[in-house]
Design a protein around this ligand. Structure first.
Ligand code: CU
Length: 618
């Protein structure tokens, strides 16, 4: 059966390298590598590093919990680490690496600055052999380096994604930045056929055993995120925007000019890419930085690690269980303490009250399974009350306090996350985590309710969605769009259009749909007017891409991207660009387009492909 898990697993190609029947011997214990200490010896302008590829037991959760035996890298004479040792050198350094292969597979060492790792220029390292490799660190940035398995003349896709991956960091200065950290996202999958159970970790540990950050209001942090897996990871920060300072891949890492650094709440880091992000917590409380793909943050991974089939549902009434057992994988916890100078204003009384009901709608999907749907007591402007899924469009006003009562009429507990909204931690929607010690947000039990209070500080396109048992609750329909308008502005359905992509149901026939529609909606536009297209991806774990073109010509039209994740693009940076979109789950993007009369198509590519038709008439 195709479940959302194996749907994700299709693109997570991770192979257990040590599964290749190495002779039984004493297996070393690997420790989690937090990437704070660089490996090797530096003498003058030369860094020398001797690595050994060896089998070792990796403990992705607790150090005393279950382990898996994988191929790892160690510095000669030291304990193996997962991910592989941090190679860090100043720009211009001569890096001399050697790799001794004690595994039973032939390996190739791929370092971004020295080789593309295409089969023709590989240097096979036979079992038992050692090879040396030198290169000048001539491109600043952060890169993934990895050893992969060579079989015949082919590199085995996926084998690089075991424990043989690490970070290569080339600095322009010796001075470390405050709160600078490097995170390597890596994974493991039981089988090499893309369908088996998998686990994902950051710096060798999966939530709830991943690193927890204690920060103070106003601290600044600079994080390098490197994706050493075969899957996209849309990394989402709760409560705050972060600035994207640099993006890179195996070839180069590009530091953006100061005025070209976007502020986002979700950045999709694709395979073997990196991102340098900076942010400063402005409000105290508990927050998360996590991958937005449902299975990548699901407690299923703890079951896979323990070798137990996970349950069908991850609903829990117990808030502490929610944190410890139903969430796992690519999540970092952040606790921000208040400082003497920080002022947290009491929420002013809300003039606007909204009652949002979470309800079960029986026999809704193809397989007759129920929808979990949001509904309002009263309609809001722009909402299409004929829709069950997605939930109602919430049109809010910048600066206007709002109180939203979430009334849970489901049989399962839930919580609602106001995605992209800069609010107090307690209302952020992670049961057992949001808030601070002594005042943690609860799970919203069946027949119970929770009142979220916030005042939107910026206008833009946001979303709300369940933040509990995501694989079931997001697949079942618990999500909707939030559009925050400027004071005095009114929702104009003639020129303002929400295009929300989501997964309809969790059975084998589940598809990605636009605004809940099957087939996708036809959108009718007035010719000659400037239209704002507000794209939202709240699929469980599918990337969505699309190109807008005339029916008769596949050349992309041009549009202007005016916002990302609700953050308005500075006017100086808005320019016509080809009308293409590529979004991971948890991203929003606003584009403005002006079209003449005619028929246009947006070819949407996702788990399934479908056209969105725009009919433009005078
Ligand atoms: Cu992910």
């Amino acid at each position: 059966m195709r479940t959302p898990l194996c749907r994700a697993a299709r693109v997570v190609t991770v192979v257990l390298l040590a599964a290749c029947a190495a002779p039984r011997s004493e297996v070393a214990i690997a420790r989690a590598n937090d990437n704070r200490v660089a490996a090797g010896e530096r003498v003058g302008d030369t860094l020398t590093l001797r690595l050994i590829a060896q089998r070792a037991k990796w403990f992705p959760a607790s150090d005393s919990g279950p382990s898996i035996t994988i191929g790892t890298l160690a510095v000669e004479g030291q304990q193996p680490v997962v991910p592989a040792p941090l190679v860090r050198a100043r720009l211009g350094t001569l890096v001399r690496m050697s790799l001794r292969n004690t595994l039973t597979d032939t390996l190739v060492l791929c370092t971004p600055l020295s080789s593309t790792c295409a089969p023709r220029d590989t240097q096979p390292i036979l079992p038992g052999a050692t090879r040396e490799l030198s290169f000048v660190a001539d491109r600043a940035g952060a890169y993934v380096y990895h050893a992969v398995k060579l079989s015949g003349h082919k590199l085995i896709v996926g084998t690089e994604l075991s424990g043989l991956v690490g970070a290569l960091m080339i600095d322009t200065t010796d001075a470390p930045r405050a709160n600078e950290r490097i995170f390597v996202i890596h994974g493991w999958q039981k089988t090499g056929d893309d369908s088996g159970p998998f686990m994902l970790a950051m710096n060798g540990k999966m939530w709830p055993h991943s690193e927890h950050f204690d920060l103070a209001v106003g601290d600044s942090v600079h994080w390098r995120v490197l994706n050493a897996t075969g899957s996209d990871h849309p990394m989402h920060l709760h409560g705050f925007y972060f600035r994207v300072d640099a993006r890179g891949d195996l070839a180069r890492d590009t530091l953006y000019a100061p005025n070209d650094r976007p502020f986002v709440v979700t950045e999709n880091v694709r395979p073997l890419q990196s991102a340098l992000i900076s942010w400063a917590p402005a409000r105290p409380g508990n927050w998360l930085f996590h991958c937005h793909k449902g299975s990548h943050m699901s407690g299923q991974q703890l079951y896979h690690l323990a070798g137990i089939a996970p349950p069908d549902s991850f609903a829990t009434h117990d808030a502490s269980d929610h944190v410890a057992k139903t969430m796992a994988g690519l999540i970092l916890g952040i606790s921000v303490r208040d400082t003497a100078t920080a002022q947290v204003a009491d929420a002013p009384p809300a003039a606007r009250r909204i009652r949002l009901h979470a309800r079960e709608v029986k026999q809704f999907y193809h397989d007759k399974s129920s929808a979990y749907a949001f509904a309002l007591d009263e309609r809001t402007p722009g909402d299409d009350a004929s829709r069950t899924v997605p939930g109602p469009l919430l049109t809010l006003t910048r600066g206007e306090p709002v109180e939203i009562s979430v009334i849970n009429e489901l049989r399962a507990p839930t919580t609602v996350h106001w995605h992209g909204i800069e609010l107090e931690s307690f209302y952020d929607g992670v049961g057992g985590w949001s808030g601070s010690t002594g005042a943690l947000a609860p799970m919203v039990a069946p027949s119970d309710s929770f009142v979220a209070r916030f005042t939107p500080v910026r206008s833009g396109t946001f979303m709300y969605h369940a933040h509990a048992d995501e694989i079931r609750q997001l697949a079942s329909g618990l999500y909707g769009a939030i559009v925050v308008l400027e004071p005095g502005a009114r929702w104009n359905p003639e020129t303002d259009h929400v295009l929300l992509f989501s997964q309809r149901g969790k059975d084998d026939s589940a598809i990605v749909a636009l605004n809940g529609g099957e087939p996708a909606d036809t959108i009718r536009l007035r010719a000659g007017k400037t239209h704002r297209l507000r794209f939202i991806n709240i699929t469980v774990e599918d990337d969505v891409s699309g190109t807008l073109h005339a029916h008769s010509d596949s050349t992309p039209l041009s549009w202007r991207v005016v916002a990302k994740d609700g953050m308005t693009t500075p006017a100086a940076r808005v320019k016509p660009t080809p009308a293409r979109v590529y979004m991971g789950p948890g991203e929003t993007m606003d584009a403005e387009v002006t079209l003449g009369a005619g028929d246009y198509t947006m070819d949407v590519r996702s788990f399934n492909n479908f056209p969105v038709v725009l009919r433009v008439r005078d």
